[in-house]
Design a protein around this ligand. Structure first.
Ligand SMILES: Nc1nc2c(ncn2[C@@H]2O[C@H](COP(=O)(O)OP(=O)(O)O)[C@@H](O)[C@H]2O)c(=O)[nH]1
Ligand SMILES: [Mg+2]
Length: 697
């Protein structure tokens, strides 16, 4: 197959990740790219189950992607991996992971003034990961579609947009694109993904000339050498233009903007042309930066075949029958099936089985994979998303992928009594697929706690648990993960003394507690002098404190942001033991905390609400009523974005309320921001509720 010949050479491998907010048209564009590349015969659609990307029932039911999906096409002797990512706020973490696999991120945007917070966010993540970026304005066939509007919206983001195409026609009359690089027009063809070459329509000729001029200038300005040459000669050769543009993309100096209508398969073939002709291939990118864990020095792994093999897992798919599939991007070297590799994240060797190319829901077996490619391996024992796989002998470690804190947590129980273990086992498997799920157990109530990046995330997880593992659960009211800390400094004695008859128990630990800055967690300091607590018992003291941390003195919430100093104590040559010191430490810690002005902390969310002008007053009033603080309002297209900080307990069911307030015209994005002290007048209520739950009411 042609695709596989190209896939032997990093210079001919490109991986594009389609990113952008939910509903903008990424999956439709991915289907169009697949059709154009001959991977399918007809344009797939999520709604009728023919999608190659939205293959899970939970995605088809909702009409949007929950997880990234992979496919590939062969185009002009290059191998192009297609990565379709989810854009919904609650699933954006998966886009973040899969961006790591891309050689170019394609920001898919709307021509109707609808950019959202998620767009800026994914673009910034791509920048952080060093993934070059371009933009594609889709749905040009829609009413009031405006390419200029999209360019204006993009100008609000960090990277300077520059048109490399112009749309031919608009709305229902949208027909194709003018390619400013080649000076040719390309028109969509009925039913297929192909584009037919044509003359630039006469009425667009002037506009195209001016736009090309702007493009040449922008490219020249992105590079000192080119600029000098351009100022001297007044032009750039075609070669200089293409190379200069490629360099500007790699540097992030320019954001080239293309257009089309993914839903009608117009502009997909011209996007592939641009990707292959202009975007950097895997070989054009700088080496990946990692560490060698043995020497603790940093290493660079170039995208070439001669380098030691290194790769990072970007996605894990769990199938209850077929097992686990780990999708990884090869950064350097090459790998064949049945090789033993080293997982430097888990510090274990793993034997690879067959290698696969992921094609939507299906996989095809391949013999090897080289630097730049994105492939999969089945049934790795210990590996999870984010892990580095490397040469068994020459080690590489890549930093973990971005962590996502829960912004919501639900307590849940098995619908059928006795299935708790099955629920827990299933959730553990799903967690392997989805590292943004947080699984916990409430020690007091014995409930399973499931945290995620949004209500939608948790609900979809429950649906998948049922479908894949056949267990049903009941979601209880969402829980707010309160924490406890102290405001003052205090010292207390923890003492264990049972010395009546036989072998006794004796330990005394004097502990001081004091607050640490917010977010610092826990620190243990040993200030024992003169051996009043023998060296060998000091770890037991620390352990005793650590074991007491999860259960604070106010309402049993975890204690954070404290420094605990062991500064004095007593021991007995015979009766002291690790157990005795552990218990004494826990007692001393609790007493010290009780005296150190303990307080409750509540999680605060960063909330962005996008609403039409006329709903702004209501939404701001409502944010204030929820103890929120509005930090600013920014215009975005025809609407306003209200940026606020609001306590989590006040926005557990924000979605439906916002819908009611704005008649469905508002949207929001929410994520965890930080912890703040719970206002005094609310403490009683939270403590009572926690006690009620602890008593199993
Ligand atoms: N008119 C029009 N609608 C489109 C186009 N592309 C996508 N859509 C529609 O927009 C909605 C969201 O598309 P989808 O590709 O799932 O968006 P995603 O969430 O970004 O993957 C669907 O109803 C599509 O039918 C297009 O080019 N033109
Ligand atoms: Mg999608």
């Amino acid at each position: 197959m042609a695709a596989d010949i190209a896939a032997d050479d990093p210079a001919r491998i490109l991986s594009i990740a389609l990113v952008g907010h939910g509903g903008v048209g990424k999956t439709s564009l991915a289907e169009a790219l697949l059709l154009a590349g001959g991977g399918t015969k007809t344009l797939g659609k999520g709604a009728d189950g023919t999608s190659s990307f939205d293959t899970e029932p939970e995605e088809q039911k909702r009409g949007h992607s929950l997880f990234s999906a992979f496919h590939h096409v062969a185009w002009k002797k290059a191998h192009v991996n297609l990565i379709d990512t989810p854009g919904a706020a609650a699933f954006l973490h998966d886009a973040s992971n899969c961006l790591r696999a891309a050689t170019t991120a394609v920001l898919v945007v709307s021509p109707n003034g609808e950019t959202k917070g998620e767009d800026g966010k994914v673009l910034a993540w791509a920048t952080e990961l060093g993934v070059p970026r371009i933009a594609f304005v889709t749905r040009m066939d829609r009413e009031r579609a405006s390419f200029d509007q999209a360019l204006e919206d993009l100008a609000g983001l960090e990277q300077k947009p520059v048109a490399v195409q112009l749309p031919i026609g608009a709305e229902a009359g949208f027909k194709g694109v003018v390619d400013l690089l080649s000076g040719k027009a390309f028109l969509g063809t009925a039913g297929g993904g192909a584009m037919r070459e044509a003359e630039i329509p006469a009425d667009l000729a002037d506009e195209a000339r001016a736009a090309r001029e702007r493009l040449v200038e922008a490219v020249a300005e992105s590079n000192d050498e080119l600029l000098e040459h351009y100022l001297d000669s007044g032009e750039l050769s075609q070669e200089e233009l293409l190379t200069g543009l490629r360099q500007a993309i790699v540097k992030g100096a320019l954001l080239p903007v293309l257009c089309g209508a993914g839903g009608n398969a117009i502009g997909a073939a011209t996007l592939l042309d641009f990707v292959v002709d202009v975007c950097p291939s895997a070989a054009d990118l700088p080496p990946a930066l990692g560490d060698d864990p043995r020497t603790q020095s940093s290493v660079e792994r170039a995208p070439s075949l001669g380098e030691p093999f290194s790769a990072q897992i970007v996605r894990t798919v769990i199938d209850p029958f077929a097992g686990k599939l780990s999708v990884f991007r090869v950064f350097s070297g090459q790998i064949t099936a049945d090789t033993t590799v080293y997982n430097s994240t888990r510090q274990v060797k793993e034997k690879l089985g067959h290698l696969f190319r992921v094609e939507g829901k299906k996989q095809t077996q391949i013999g090897k994979a080289v630097a730049g490619d994105v492939v999969a391996v089945a049934k790795l024992k210990d590996a999870a998303t984010g892990d580095t796989l490397c040469d068994e002998k020459v080690h590489t470690y890549y930093p973990r992928l971005r962590d996502f804190e829960s912004s919501i947590q639900f307590a849940l129980e098995a619908k059928n009594k006795g299935e708790e273990d099955k629920v827990m086992a299933g959730l553990h498997r799903l967690q392997e697929e989805d590292p943004a799920l947080h699984l916990d157990r409430d020690e007091q109530t014995k409930e399973i706690l499931l945290g995620g990046t949004g209500q939608l995330h948790v609900e979809a997880t429950i649906e998948r648990l049922k479908r894949k593992f056949g267990v049903d659960v009941v979601l209880k009211a969402p829980k707010v993960p309160y924490k406890e800390t102290i405001r003052g400094k205090s010292q207390a004695e923890g003492k264990v003394k049972k010395q009546t008859g036989g072998h006794g128990q004796f330990a005394v630990a004097w502990l001081e507690v004091e607050p640490l800055p917010r977010g610092q967690g826990f620190e243990f300091v040993d200030k024992i002098v003169g051996g009043v607590v023998p060296r060998n018992f000091i770890p037991a003291v620390e352990k005793g404190v650590r074991e007491a941390l999860p259960h604070g003195t106010i309402a049993g919430f975890p204690v954070v942001d404290v420094r605990v100093t062991l500064f004095d104590g007593k021991h007995h040559d015979v009766d002291s033991s690790e157990m005795a010191f552990k218990t004494a430490a826990a007692l001393g810690f609790r007493t010290a905390c009780e005296q150190a002005k303990p307080v409750l902390l509540e999680p605060i969310m960063a909330l962005d609400v996008q609403v039409p002008d006329d709903a702004m007053g209501d939404v701001i009033g409502d944010v204030n009523a929820r103890r929120g603080k509005v930090q600013g309002v920014e215009p975005r297209g025809a609407s306003q974005v209200i940026k606020a900080r609001v306590p989590m307990s006040e926005v557990l069911k924000y979605g439906p309320d916002l819908n009611a307030m704005t008649a469905g015209r508002g949207s929001f994005h929410m994520e965890f921001s930080h912890y703040e002290e719970l206002p005094a007048h609310l403490v009683d209520k939270v403590v009572k509720e926690a006690k009620r739950q602890a008593e199993g009411a």
